[in-house]
Design a protein around this ligand. Structure first.
Ligand SMILES: [Zn+2]
Ligand SMILES: [Zn+2]
Ligand SMILES: [Zn+2]
Length: 317
């Protein structure tokens, strides 16, 4: 069981998932728990000899019912590869799996926020190399999406819509765009090669997307990560997160709920990437200013990293 405590000084939750100390750590190639269970082979987390995309409860959950959820999403039964090397059809199918999990977890009374994410590379603490992501269902609205809702209120409208428009007007940090999505290094990026993949139309969540938008989203995500891998000619570590509308179930009927309270509807689907590399072999560490003041210090201008990354994305296409 995990234990949730509230840090009054910071006004934020901390989750204690003690059992996670025992979780599988970088197992040998032939003992991968995310491989299919092959006839005569070791028993894995997935009791089938082959599969396309598998979703199951995390055996070492940070959150679990009746106070949230933690799931693992395995992208393929092939051990080697990454999100970038999935076939276009599989990447598109993954968008539908994400959408289904958002719908199902978000409908639960105990889940106020669904975060789909992927950690890639030992640099960001990955313990299994098999291509996979995770989903957490939080029993509260976490600080980062709460900040984004506060930005909507501060700007008097949808913040991702407004920021995307100003990126398109400026143009220097745009990495990729089509009819459905816009990809850019944000004006105030915290990480040198941070990128945001934003739906061009206002879509609160994956549930509001047209099928063609889900296809374009998967194409943009793959174009970006292929560009990342080409940039320094090495597998590019990153943290990827999908931000969508909170799934808070109103305690009161909608007619009496305060319009200011964040609920379903507030939010604009976008995917954020936080890569820790500053150069091919230098990592950005969160140190005094970042940890103690909450202020990022960066030695690269977003316009410069965007130019290099845009060129790598074009070369990878
Ligand atoms: Zn594997
Ligand atoms: Zn919007
Ligand atoms: Zn966001």
């Amino acid at each position: 069981m995990s234990e949730l405590r509230f840090d009054e000084l910071r006004g934020e939750h901390v989750d204690y998932a003690i059992h996670r100390q025992d979780r599988t750590f970088l197992p040998a190639r032939d003992h991968c728990p995310l491989d299919p269970t092959r006839p005569g082979g070791p028993k894995t987390e997935i009791p089938f000899p082959a599969f396309e995309i598998a979703v199951f409860d995390n055996r070492f959950p940070a959150f679990e019912a009746p106070l949230g959820a933690a799931e693992v999403v395995v992208y393929t039964d092939q051990h080697d590869g990454s999100f970038a090397t999935l076939s276009p059809g599989r990447a598109e199918a993954l968008m539908w799996v994400w959408r289904h999990r958002y719908q199902e977890l978000g409908a639960r009374d105990d889940i106020d926020y669904v975060l789909i994410f992927e950690n890639r590379g030992v640099e960001v603490g990955v313990t299994l190399h098999h291509p996979h992501g995770q989903i957490y269902g939080y029993p509260f609205l976490p600080p980062v999406p709460a900040h984004e809702i506060a930005a909507d209120e501060r700007l008097g409208g949808c913040a991702p819509c407004a920021l995307m428009r100003s990126e398109l007007d400026d143009g220097r940090r745009i990495l990729y765009e089509d009819d459905g999505v816009v990809v850019y290094v944000p004006y105030a990026a915290r990480w040198a090669y941070e990128a945001h993949v934003t739906l061009r139309a206002h879509r609160a969540s994956l549930l509001d997307c047209e099928p063609a938008e889900l296809r374009m989203l998967s194409e943009a995500l793959q174009a970006l990560v292929r560009g990342y891998d080409l940039l320094f000619d090495r597998p590019f570590p990153y943290v990827m997160v999908v931000h969508q509308a909170p799934t808070i179930t109103p305690a009161l009927p909608a007619s009496t709920a305060s319009p200011a309270s964040p609920g379903a509807g507030a939010g604009h689907l976008h995917v954020e990437f936080y890569p820790p590399l500053r150069t091919a072999d230098k990592l950005k560490y969160l140190a005094g200013s970042e940890q103690g003041a909450g202020t990022f210090i960066s030695d690269t201008l977003p316009e410069e990293s965007a130019a290099a990354l845009r060129e790598a994305i074009a070369r990878a296409a």
